[in-house]
Design a protein around this ligand. Sequence first.
Ligand SMILES: [Zn+2]
Length: 248
Amino acid sequence: MSFFNSIGRSITRAPRPPKRSTTPTSATFPPDSQVPPSPSSPQPVQKPLFLCSPFVEAALVKGNFKTIVMQPKYTDIMEWVAVNIFDFYTNLNMFYGVLAECCTAHSCPSMSAGVALNYTWINQDRKNVQLPAPTYVDYVMTWIQNLLDDDNTFPTKSGKDFTPTFPSTVKHVYRQLLRVFAHLYYAHYTQILHLRSEPHFNSLFAHFLAFGTEYELLDIKDIKGQPNVPVAVGALWERWKEMGILEN
Ligand SMILES: [Zn+2]
């Protein structure tokens, strides 16, 4: 599939942000596994704030997200996915940059995303390891930045095609970006509210979910988690579907 179409390139990507400083220890795709946390983890009982009114409705974009995820005419599907992933990564990276001072090894000793859910990372020895959330997020974002900078994975030059592995690569990228969203909603929503950023953050996440489900980049099980180990934002996804913000 050609990177350029008959009318030429219709989408221009924004300049890439500066590279992050640290390097992940894992050169392979990040992990899939989810393990329960230690019994000492906090067990919040009340409804999370992000499910409460007015926060659950706060958005920059009103209505359904279907229209803004549709592939524009004359645009190559691979390029459309690539440019959107670049934008999701860039925007989420900016949010995380603002929230990073609240996300420390002390405040977030694990990559939590639900009462019973801590994501683990696969290290060089192929072992699942618990990492402090800031380390985990840094590994994810560095890994994605390196992919975006790799012209073989995200080609930017005329005549260079996307490889057959591009769809599976972007699914891995998407799953990891979802985990960063999931951690920020679960562990840092109060700070998002203090910054009055919930309309921005909700819109970014709803757009991310709508795009991911439209192009089958997300598995439902990754959004919802396991029945006994749910992802906290799975309930938000369900709520937004009920509200008509997302498609069923
Ligand atoms: Zn955190």
